[in-house]
Design a protein around this ligand. Structure first.
Ligand SMILES: NC(=O)c1ccc[n+]([C@@H]2O[C@H](COP(=O)([O-])OP(=O)(O)OC[C@H]3O[C@@H](n4cnc5c(N)ncnc54)[C@H](O)[C@@H]3O)[C@@H](O)[C@H]2O)c1
Length: 334
């Protein structure tokens, strides 16, 4: 099976490392930066395409690892060529772009998947399963925090709010997706951001921090805090509480998760060191392409996460709560 990697920057390299462990996969790559493409090809033993069109002509699956604002055009071109497509998260910079991708994929009957890899992180998957199995009783609240230093990306695109959407989109989308997957649909988002809709006129804060409060159909309330202002490096934490107990996770603790109930506290077991989330996700994508079945995380799922992010952005700008279901309906009506 031939997999085409479009974009040989940060994520293109991460994905290539894991495709190398999936049997029967050969890599072909394309990047407009010939130095990066050359280094990538040498490092991963990937063939070099001569253009994006050339890449699409050769592969069974294209894996789009480009800066977010470029996802739409390159995904549409892949779908037009009839090639199964995986696109990194966020699926698109704007919600209505997700709709266009999904409609095009449905019309051409092309498989379309989104790289929401946090569902494959062993602790996040385990906590999801424990919550669904009723370990904490009826879930009532969840707090998630994700952050680190601000990445650069090629030509500094992450630092340009217009391109990356900042933490409220680029980073928080991981948590929005995990929360929806675990707790169901979101009916309201209220957000604050130091970059968007400042309530203090003429005050410019360097850096990016946002907090979003999500209300769910089930009545659950979740807080998602994201920052690119943490010089200590990457850390993610999570705490779910319910009628019977609490589960907590901290990426810097070992073991990283614990369950607390009236009968006491229990440290979570060590997760399998080989249980790499990227490997697991990409293996599931490759299996779906081989079998012609639905991608592990569909375009519709990717779009719903972008709807929550867009609601958070609108809320932070306008200072009022926003219903992501209304934004979904508007995007579908365009
Ligand atoms: N799943 C995750 O954990 C995770 C982590 C980081 C980034 N991402 C997402 O992955 C995507 C890529 O991010 P990244 O960190 O790899 O960015 P990056 O800037 O490191 O890499 C992007 C690559 O695309 C190439 N490129 C840009 N324009 C091009 C064009 N027109 N044609 C061909 N190549 C072009 C650049 O030369 C660069 O090599 C983004 O959507 C980002 O949000 C996901």
């Amino acid at each position: 099976m031939k997999v085409g990697i479009l974009g040989t920057g940060g994520m293109g390299n991460v994905h290539a490392r894991h495709y190398a462990n999936i049997s029967g996969v050969e890599l072909v790559a394309w990047d407009r930066d010939s130095d990066k493409l050359g280094a990538f090809s040498k490092h991963h033993g990937a063939a070099k395409a001569t253009s994006y069109e050339d890449l699409l002509n050769q592969v069974d699956l294209v894996d789009i690892c480009l800066p977010t604002p470029l996802h739409l055009d390159f995904v549409l071109q892949a779908i037009e060529s009839g090639t199964a497509t995986l696109v990194e998260k966020p699926m698109a910079r704007r919600l209505h772009e997700c709709r266009r991708m999904i409609d095009a994929a449905n019309a051409k009957k092309v498989q379309l998947g989104v790289g929401h890899v946090v569902r494959f992180f062993p602790e996040h998957r385990k906590i999801h399963e424990l919550v669904l199995a009723g370990e904490v009783g009826t879930p009532a609240s969840c707090r998630m925090r994700r952050g680190g230093r601000c990445p650069m990306g090629s030509e500094g695109w992450f630092r340009d709010l217009e391109q990356s959407g900042g933490v409220i989109l680029d980073l928080a989308i991981h948590d929005y997706d995990w929360l929806r997957w675990t707790f169901g649909e979101v009916i309201q988002v209220y957000a604050k951001s130091v970059r968007l809709g400042s309530t203090v006129p003429d005050t410019q804060i360097e850096g990016d921090y946002a907090v979003a409060t999500l209300s769910f159909e089930s009545g659950l309330v979740a807080n998602v805090e994201t920052t690119w202002m943490d010089p200590s490096g990457f850390r993610s934490t999570l705490e779910v509480t319910g009628s019977n107990g609490m589960i907590e996770f901290d990426s810097r603790q070992n073991p990283a998760w614990r369950v607390h109930t009236d009968s006491g506290s229990m440290a979570g077991g060590q997760m399998d060191g080989m249980d790499d989330p990227y490997y697991r996700h990409l293996s599931a994508v490759v299996d779906a392409v081989r079998l012609g079945s639905e991608m592990p995380i569909s375009g519709e799922e990717g779009m719903k996460a972008v709807a929550i992010a867009e609601a958070a952005i609108q809320s932070a700008v306008e200072g009022r709560p926003v219903d992501p279901r209304v934004l979904m309906a508007e995007a579908s009506a365009v």
